[in-house]
Design a protein around this ligand. Structure first.
Ligand code: PLP
Length: 401
């Protein structure tokens, strides 16, 4: 058995699951309750109203589903589409690959637009496909807002512009698993039809809640979509919404209280401040990577992710060893390189309930591991670059002004 306990806190810097704040842990530390008592529907009603704020929607209908991001994907697809429907999907990394695999297994006709890992979705190709599709055979565009494997953020506003420019009615389905509650996300403004996230990412909860939000157009599509769905059927939820009892099956009471506490924390800090904090942490991490003389896997600045940075290591280093050693020696958890970039990158997740000094601790740890592994890093170089930037840009804590 490997060494598991370590002194002090584990420095959890994988890009999800992320640190759970004490307030959320305490809120979840409670007994089960009767979910049919008046209390849980009353709480659910306010939770549903409040989660709309994280999607920036007033017209969307949210669903809190006992599942993970993968289940949320399935919910989005099966409720809005029929087998054989033609969809466009972008392959840019491991999570977009997995979503495409699911789309194929659900028997959609998937037109895969592939880019190098480290690049964003090719929206020029999207524009040409949409322009050519005069008879509107394309039923949906599926895109991962933030590809967690490579640290690439796609430009969703441009996708909407392309669809609007050609007056194309395709549904716009967005995986916001590693973006929502951390990056700028505007469901209504960008005309997103289904947006989804998972509780263990920027919401900083345990895994187990898939949060899906459907536009009126997506709800309309769900009335005629023929994909088989049972557990994920929105119509079951809607029936119970009407009844005011909300739950077609048993929710996790603890997760609901956790979600309440997580949303309260987000709103106390202010969603815009949360997004700005992620922008700071992202930039500070990239400055450190640059100071170490290493490359970001993300090939262009326009795609830089503020929730995760994938760091490319020199060919003589196996990034898996970095991740292993960080955990074994420094109680620091970094993200592995996945699939095509396995061994070539390690990932620093900087999302969720996290502050500047925590990040600096992680960066100091990375420097020590790099040295351990034989990379000629100058101690303090990344930390100095990041802290110089953070010292200049970190505002007072909003609730303490
Ligand atoms: N989408 C993205 C962008 C992810 O990063 C992940 C997981 O990391 C998933 C989907 C899958 O989510 P889950 O592992 O919760 O099923």
């Amino acid at each position: 058995m490997d060494y598991v306990n370590g002194p002090g806190r584990n420095h959890l810097f994988v890009p999800g699951p992320v640190n759970i704040p004490e307030q959320v842990l305490r809120a979840m530390n409670r007994n089960n309750e009767d979910y049919r008592s008046p209390a849980i529907p009353a709480m659910t009603k306010t939770l549903l109203e409040d989660v709309k704020k994280i999607f920036k929607t007033t017209s969307g209908t949210p669903f809190l589903i006992p599942t993970t991001g993968t289940g949320a994907w399935e919910s989005a697809l099966t409720n809005t589409l029929s087998p054989g429907d033609k969809i466009i999907s972008f392959l840019i990394g491991q999570f977009s690959l997995l979503w495409i695999d699911q789309q194929k297994r659900l028997n959609f006709d998937v037109d895969v637009v592939e880019s190098d890992w480290g690049q964003g979705a090719n929206l020029e190709v999207l524009a040409s496909k949409i322009a050519a599709d005069k008879s509107h055979t394309i039923k949906a565009i599926c895109i991962v807002h933030n590809e967690t494997a490579t640290g690439v953020t796609n430009n969703l506003a441009t996708v909407r512009k392309i669809l609007d420019h050609y007056q194309h009615p395709a549904l716009f389905l967005v995986d916001g698993v590693s973006s929502i509650c951390a990056l700028d996300f505007r469901m209504d403004e960008w005309g997103v039809d289904v947006a989804l996230t998972g509780s263990q990412k920027a919401l900083s909860l345990p895994t187990g809640l898939g949060i899906v939000c459907a536009s009126p157009k997506a709800l309309e599509a769900s009335k005629t979509a023929k994909s088989v769905r049972v557990f994920f059927d929105w119509s079951d939820y809607l029936k119970f919404y009407k009844l005011g009892t909300y739950w077609p099956y048993t929710p996790s009471i603890q997760l609901l209280y956790g979600l309440r506490a997580a949303l309260d924390l987000l709103f106390e800090e202010g969603l815009e401040n949360v997004i700005a904090r992620h922008a700071r942490l992202g930039k500070a991490t990239r400055l450190a990577v640059e100071a170490w003389g290493l490359k970001n896997c993300t090939q262009k600045e326009e795609w830089f992710s503020d929730t995760v940075t994938a760091v490319v290591v020199p060919p003589y280093i196996d990034s898996t060893e970095i991740v292993k050693r960080a955990w074994k020696r420094y109680n620091l958890s970094l993200g592995l390189g996945l699939n095509k970039v396995a061994g070539k990158v390690f990932r620093i997740g900087h999302l969720g309930n996290l502050n500047e000094l925590q990040l600096l601790g992680c960066l100091a740890g990375v420097e020590m591991v790099l040295k351990d592994i034989g990379y000629p890093v100058k101690f303090g170089s990344g930390v100095a670059a990041a802290s110089a930037f953070l010292q200049n840009s970190t505002p007072l804590i909003p609730s303490r002004i």
